[in-house]
Ligand binder design. Structure first.
Ligand code: DX5
Ligand code: ZN
Length: 218
């Protein structure tokens, strides 16, 4: 089952809960929330208080993507604020195994993200711990960037790796996803689709309907 996870980084922050409700009603399964700390990535976006206050806007899954150095410091706070899935970057954790176990112990789904240049071998000893792998298809830090074409092959190699191990780990892709490359990334193996600017720029409902029309073919 393929899920759409609109990234609110591209939403109108003045009308954030309205934009989230529009995405919810139009048929998004997840809400993707990008947390940036100005250290792991250049930008600063939003944090725990914002998540707490938008939690009542929707029942949809809060898919929280932490682009934060040493994220273990904040896991408990994000769980308390209402995160359902917490994804940390392999590159941002000194003790990745410990951090992933800690997320699991907090009772939420566990995700691990890899930057475009990080090899899949970073997953060799942690794949059994995670519910989802996030393959970054742009360098993290900003919305509206162009998809990096080499990531199709990375997604397919990850899909094969997961299959070989007999797991059913979700594969999420994030960055530069549009209606034009959606088929190709799904065919490569992705089943959780993040999209920011191509959902929140223009008519949210129309964009989600168009995305879901493509998704429903699979
Ligand atoms: C990038 C973020 C993405 C971003 C995607 O660092 O992780 O979630 O919002 O935005 P688009 O879809 O515009 O590339
Ligand atoms: Zn993201």
């Amino acid at each position: 089952m393929i899920k759409l996870s609109p990234s609110i980084l591209a939403a109108d922050f003045k009308n954030l809960s309205d934009n989230i409700q529009k995405a919810d009603q139009a048929g998004a399964q997840y809400i993707h929330i990008d947390v940036m700390d100005g250290d792991f990535v250049p930008s600063i976006s939003l944090g725990v208080p914002v998540i707490q206050s938008i939690r009542s806007a929707t029942d949809k899954i809060f898919d929280v993507h932490l682009m934060v150095s040493n994220p273990e410091r904040y896991i408990a706070d994000f769980v308390k604020a209402g995160a359902d899935i917490i994804t940390v970057h392999a590159e941002a954790c000194k003790h990745l195994d410990r951090t992933l176990n800690f997320i699991k112990q907090n009772g939420v789904k566990v995700g691990v993200a890899l930057n475009p240049s990080t090899p899949l071998s970073a997953l060799d000893y942690v794949l059994d711990l995670v519910d989802m792998v996030l393959i970054m298809t742009v360098n993290p830090g900003f919305g509206g960037q162009a998809f990096i074409a080499g990531m199709y092959d990375k997604v397919t190699r990850l899909r094969d790796m997961i299959k070989d191990k007999g797991f059913n780990t979700d594969i999420e892709v994030d960055g530069g996803i549009t209606q034009d490359n959606l088929d190709k990334i799904i065919e490569a193996g992705a089943n959780v689709i993040v999209a920011g600017s191509s959902i929140f720029q223009g008519d949210i409902k129309e964009n989600i309907t168009s995305f879901n029309n493509i998704i429903s073919k699979y």
